[in-house]
Design a protein around this ligand. Structure first.
Ligand code: NOJ
Length: 573
């Protein structure tokens, strides 16, 4: 939904990259698991998930094979935008608990080898934040904490900038008699990063949480940090599919990915690296959120020669923004992989993302029957794998009516389905008891999906029965143990419908063969694994419902796949 991508035409040279060597750091091959705290587990039964719930479920992360848990925002907030509107960075939101709960979570997570990453929202605060209130009142100290500008002579906003959530990005303040900028809702005023005091204050927040033991930060909405100094109008995009109110109506050459924005990230990287150097322990990391084209995405990692480092990784959203059920083909999968790998300087670490709290869940978006194939793809590609909570057992989107919805980006009833992010945020389906085990029966903040009786984690815990979750676990284990994890990567579209991914280390290969089932739905297709000599391949893993038996040996030069079938093969040449 935040897609702002340019589709680059790229040549497809042979891809072969050795990604990791002995000097690999903890995060470089990690599985990062996004917890959406309000919907995860509600221990005090008030309808909202809480930190006690995350602590209670620590064993799940361990069992799933996760390395780092990223918590969507837990700092104090009026929740106009689900916590992405922070009113006090130094306090934990009441419904989630207390700072002591966070400390306990970190301590217990560390005891079992799991890192805790916090969502850090630096672009904007809540309008209820003290800084904004002081700024609006004209208090000298905070006057320039936000982006304020005078009205035009006719009283209209200073320029034509449009909010990501539609409509003018400017809001008039009667108190201050000026407009303030908000890239999201009007309750999320944009901080002014041209003010050094703002930069210092934001760094203090990072240090405060690192002192508590936090292992890193997911940095929110990074492209919007700094805007054009002269507040110039943005040109039209001439995108035929959008209205004048839509963010994509304009080309964001003055509000997104400005050169000064990258400098802020490089500065924060230095801060976390210095912190690690001075305090010891494993690297504290930054992961940045930027829906941008490749050209503007890569510099968030740093300069190509590494002389300036940025975030440890910036999310690779191309499997979300450039990939659609039924329309996309296996060629698009290989194109996205090559495009990313060709653009990413070799000193940086790849990452793969298929879901998060801003986009429809994988089974809903790409087909329930394809969840195993896509989990295999994300886990077997080189570098970092990101999982949105629920993906590990195939949770689908929930059912939410307009009246039940909470997302401010869903403007009105007629476009609720298309614009609301509530569907992917419904409570986690732990089991088939009341409210899917989310809590003990209090009305959850968003309804529990009706699908929970059929799809829930508890029903997939039996290790002897092949399930989405058991497949996910086998994959996270394999990516830790298998030598091909640090090997080279090749990917081929065998047809419009079949993708073959090969990871190789020495004479060992781990291969994924996955038939999307979107382009020749009823056909069995003959498939082969290119450039291996071996006559036999051991089936290491299959999707749920496959006719292949795990442990059986097949001919990698000639085997059949049915629609939605996916196999992981071990091959020794
Ligand atoms: C990106 C977050 O993922 C999204 O949920 C939020 O609405 C915006 N940033 C604004 O903070």
């Amino acid at each position: 939904m935040f897609a702002k991508t340019l589709w680059f035409a790229v040549a497809l040279p042979f891809l072969s990259s050795v990604l990791c060597s002995s000097g690999e750091e903890w995060w470089q091959h990690g599985v990062f698991y996004q917890v959406y705290p309000r919907s995860f587990r509600d221990v005090n039964n008030d309808g909202n998930g809480d930190l006690a719930g995350v602590i209670e479920k620590l064993d799940h992360f361990k069992d799933a094979g996760v390395d780092g848990v990223w918590l969507s925002p837990i700092m104090q907030s009026p929740q106009i935008d689900a916590g992405y509107d922070i009113s006090d960075y130094y306090k934990i939101e009441d419904m989630y608990g207390h700072i002591d709960d966070l400390k306990e979570l970190i301590k217990k997570a560390h005891e079992i080898g799991i890192k805790i990453i916090l969502d850090f929202v630096p672009n904007h605060t809540s309008n209820l934040h003290k800084w904004f209130q002081e700024s609006e009142n004209g208090n000298e100290e905070y006057k320039d904490y936000y982006v304020w500008a005078d009205a035009k002579e006719d009283g209209s906003p200073p320029n034509n900038w449009i909010s990501v959530f539609r409509g003018s990005a400017w809001q008039w303040s009667d108190k201050r008699k000026q407009y303030y900028l908000h890239h999201f809702v009007k309750e999320q005023p944009d901080l002014n990063y041209r003010n050094p005091k703002v930069r210092e204050d934001m760094k203090k927040i990072l240090v405060y949480y690192m002192d508590i033991g936090v292992d890193g930060f997911r940095v929110d909405a990074i492209p919007y940090l700094v805007e054009d100094k002269e507040l110039r109008d943005e040109p039209r995009s001439y995108n035929p599919n959008v209205s004048e109110e839509d963010n994509d109506y304009l080309k964001h050459i003055y509000t997104n990915n400005q050169p000064e924005t990258y400098e802020v990230i490089y500065d924060w990287r230095k801060l976390v690296d210095d912190y690690t150097a001075n305090h010891g322990g494993d690297a504290r990391i930054l992961m940045t959120e930027a829906y941008a084209d490749l050209e503007h995405t890569m510099p968030y990692y740093g300069t190509p020669d590494g002389s300036q480092k940025g975030s440890h990784f910036t999310f690779n959203f191309f499997f979300i923004t450039n990939f659609n059920k039924n329309i996309s083909t296996a060629h698009d999968i290989s194109r996205i992989v090559y495009m990313w790998k060709n653009a990413l300087p070799s000193i940086y670490t790849s990452n793969w993302v298929l879901g998060n709290h801003d986009n429809r869940r994988i089974p809903t978006r790409l087909g329930v029957e394809n969840i195993d194939g896509f989990n295999m793809l994300v886990q077997l590609l080189p570098g970092i794998a990101v999982t949105y909570n629920g993906e590990e057992f195939g949770q689908e989107d929930g059912e939410v009516t307009y009246e039940q919805g909470k997302d401010p980006s869903a403007r009105n009833r007629s476009i609720f389905e298309a614009t609301s992010r509530d569907f992917e945020r419904t409570p986690f389906q732990w089991d088939d008891t009341i409210n899917a085990g989310f809590n003990e029966g209090a009305e959850p903040w968003l309804p529990v999906s009706e699908k929970y009786k059929k799809t829930n984690l508890a029903s997939q815990l039996d290790e002897k029965v092949l399930s989405h979750y058991q497949i996910y676990k086998a994959l996270t284990r394999k990516r830790k143990e298998d030598p091909t994890r640090i090997g080279s990567t090749d990917i081929w579209a065998i047809s419009d419908d079949v993708i073959v991914l090969k990871r190789s280390h020495g004479n060992k290969h781990t291969v994924l063969a996955f038939k999307l089932g979107w382009h020749d739905k009823n056909e069995e297709e003959t498939v082969y694994v290119p450039s291996v000599g071996a006559k036999g391949a051991t089936v290491a893993l299959t999707n749920v419902g496959s006719s292949y038996k795990i442990g059986s040996v097949i001919n990698p030069q000639n085997f059949k796949l049915k629609p939605h079938e996916s196999l992981v093969l071990d091959i020794v040449d």
